[in-house]
Design a protein around this ligand. Sequence first.
Ligand code: SF4
Length: 122
Amino acid sequence: MTRIETVICIGCPMGCEIKLTVGAKGEITKISGNRCKEGKSYAPQEYKNPVRILTATVKTANSSRPLLPVRSARPILKRLLLPSMPVLAGITVTAPVRVGDVVVPNLLDTGVDVIATGELLS
Ligand code: SF4
């Protein structure tokens, strides 16, 4: 038995509504609704293993700024966003910190670093 899953492509402002025909074993047998080939590669990825950029803040020490904004250097699996929060909650950074500095290396063994998106001056 097959079913139809819908994924909205975020590759451009067109926002194509892509239909995936999924077989009984979870295999994708047909992709339609994409206006370009980028959607054809994006939709199966988004359906099977969606990824997102993690954005958050971490605590600071020796600064008037109580929190420093951070993000993952690359997208990570969406299902790892929530488990990442306790890791970030345990981090306190001290000045100086520059934009792009690594705040958490190799987050949850993903191979992706968490980097600063703001500055912390000493
Ligand atoms: S499938 Fe292509 S045209 Fe459609 S939203 Fe994605 S990138 Fe844009």
